[in-house]
Design a protein around this ligand. Structure first.
Ligand code: SF4
Length: 590
């Protein structure tokens, strides 16, 4: 058996001055060369565990018990100097945003050289220079002098992330902590980054903790997986155990929420939200959301039990669950027939950003009740196209027509009626709501378009909130009192308040957990049925379009390279670019 590079023994991190833990009873081992995926919804404590491996605790927290042992050394017993040497040397970190690990003022040669100087100070210049080049080659980047003379801002996002990986692996660490390093990258770059991380871990026997909320990514990369819920590990097992025979009800629900590229399963969200530190219930923390809960679940916290083959599950009912419960729940339901009436037509559209020609000859149509997905990598032009449709980008030629009537390019030149009919929901629910307005005030501003009386206004605000499955009392709350999913519901409610014919959804679920994403997708499906709403749905997530879109337009370099029914495009892609996108899309299918 291989030696253990990392061991967490019953780790507890608690909030200073409060009788509340952030995480507790965390016991994990990672062997050299092994990748352990750590998954869970936002706030489950997975980043806290990742930070603990670096000997870090966030402000306001402290280690309240247990131990983090790396290469036989308990981090709690190390002094500041030893800890600094450990970070970047024995334990390296790859952040979500490479911008946080790269110094914008340093050329790549210095950037990488300084890491080696700090952690391999005894090396000579030649040795260091060679290792810098080798580190870049290992992540498939050029290592010539021209490239080494570049600054971080002269690189693409994917290249920056690969430089961050090169820096992390340059000192040959024993342990590496990856915190969602591919979030924000398109699928092709993501596939390359994941393959690089996996190869480097194997080649150099590095133990990796891969923190992610993306189960499909973890299924591609990890050897073993630990699932966290409300500060506890609720299930641990090999990749096959977790994805083929999950035993904890939470793991199963999480998997049901992941969109499936093959469309074999319906996507179902998890109702309710995970409890925060200090607000956790008695007994099993999952019991308020668990459909299998019994009296014992409310009274007793379940111990971790080995259900066979080393698969550990914290559930009182783990022994009763069928061993091979399939995570299949019938095919994705069709929303209904697409009505023939044309809502949006884009003809011969060419767009520019200053001197650069960003969209070329775009032709597309969206019918009543239809969802057309626009997919493509970052920079493919999908957001520019959506902004032209909404009148937010006016530097274009060609035609955008609503119900057969051509619209002026700029939104402010469009009639009030036309502006109401096309509503835009933005990617980031944190930035798109005014923090100084209550939810009710935000929605009421949209309703002012209809000039209702005061009483009627309150009633309509309440109706809009109920339509997106929020309670009427949410009208009195401010955005910072809401979760990410709730904020995105408010953004959708605000758009719906205008009674639009077409809603443009720009990556609206990409910042959300899969469970929340599934609930939002459910909601959009219902709204299409109830209101005959049409959607232009922009995403880089191909699996997601299977669950929501009737047709899909695939974009690259400002052109639509393939357009057709979703099932056909996904099953028999004709454009080489679509084929490549599909091949690079991570999937949890075994
Ligand atoms: Fe559900 Fe009870 Fe198991 Fe918790 S212990 S996951 S509430 S069945």
């Amino acid at each position: 058996m291989s030696a253990t590079a990392v061991e967490l023994r019953d780790l507890r991190v608690e909030l200073v001055g409060r009788d509340a833990d952030v995480v507790d009873e965390i016991t994990l081992r990672i062997a050299p060369g092994e990748v352990l995926g750590l998954v869970g919804e936002s706030g489950s404590g997975k980043t806290t565990v990742g930070m603990a491996l670096l000997g870090h605790v966030r402000r306001g927290g402290r280690v309240g018990g247990g131990a983090v042992v790396i290469d036989g050394r308990d981090l709690a017993l190390l002094g500041d100097r030893e800890l600094r040497r450990l970070r970047g040397g024995t334990v390296a970190y790859i952040p979500q945003d490479p911008g946080t690990s790269l110094n914008p003022a340093l050329r790549l040669r210095r950037q990488l050289g300084e890491v080696l100087e700090a952690h391999a100070g005894e090396w000579g210049d030649d040795e260091r220079g060679q290792r810098v080049r080798q580190a870049l080659e290992e992540v498939a980047l050029p290592s010539d002098d021209t490239f080494l003379a570049r600054y971080p801002h002269e690189l693409s996002g994917g290249q920056q992330q690969r430089v961050a990986i090169a820096m992390a692996f340059a000192c040959r660490p024993g342990v590496i902590v990856c915190d969602e390093p591919t979030t924000g990258l398109d699928v092709t770059t993501q596939a390359r980054v994941l393959a690089t991380v996996r190869d480097l871990c194997r080649t150099h026997a590095v133990a990796a903790l891969y923190v992610s909320h993306d189960l499909a990514v973890v299924a591609e990369l990890a050897d073993r997986v630990a699932v966290m819920y409300a500060g506890r590990i609720v299930e641990t097992g090999t990749r096959d155990q977790l994805f083929r025979a999950p035993r904890h009800p939470y793991t199963r629900r999480l998997l049901r929420a992941v969109p499936d590229l093959e469309g074999k399963r319906a996507v179902v969200g998890i109702p309710g939200t995970a409890p925060l530190p200090g607000g956790r219930p008695t007994g099993c923390f999952f019991h308020p959301r668990c459909t299998l809960a019994v009296d014992r679940c409310v009274a007793e916290f379940p111990p971790a039990t080995d259900v066979g083959g080393g698969q550990l599950v914290r559930c009182h009912r783990s022994a009763e669950a069928p061993r091979e419960l399939p995570v299949e729940f019938g095919p994705t339901e069709a929303v209904g027939d697409v009505a023939p009436d044309l809502v949006l037509a884009v003809r011969g559209l060419d767009a520019h950003h200053g001197a650069s020609h960003t969209l070329h000859g775009i032709e597309l149509e969206v019918h009543r009740h239809e969802c057309l997905a626009l997919v493509g990598e970052s920079g493919s032009g999908k957001t520019t196209l959506a902004r032209c449709v909404a009148g937010l980008h006016k530097d274009f030629t060609g035609e955008v027509a609503l119900r057969g009537t051509p619209l002026p390019p700029a939104a402010r030149k469009r009639s009030d009626a036309a502006r109401k009919e096309i509503q835009y929901v933005f990617q980031n629910p944190y930035a798109s709501l005014n923090p100084r307005r209550t939810v009710g005030q935000t929605i009421a501003r949209q309703l002012e378009l209809f000039d209702p009386g005061r009483k009627e206004m309150d009633r309509r605000v309440g109706d809009c909130l109920e339509r997106v499955a929020l309670s009427r009392s949410a009208a009195n709350r401010y955005p910072d009192e809401l979760s990410g999913g709730e904020r995105q519901r408010v953004a959708i409610a605000r758009a719906l308040a205008a009674e639009p014919a077409l809603m443009v959804c720009d990556e609206i679920t990409s910042a959300l957990d899969v469970s929340v994403q599934a609930a939002i997708i459910d909601l959009l499906r219902e709204l299409r049925v109830q209101m005959g709403l049409s959607l232009l749905f922009i995403t880089h997530n191909l699996a997601l379009i299977r669950t929501i879109a009737d047709r899909v337009a695939v974009m690259t370099q400002g052109r639509i390279v393939e357009l057709g029914p979703t099932a056909t495009v996904l099953a028999e892609p004709s454009a080489p670019y679509t084929q490549q996108l599909l091949a690079n899309t991570p999937t949890i299918a075994a």
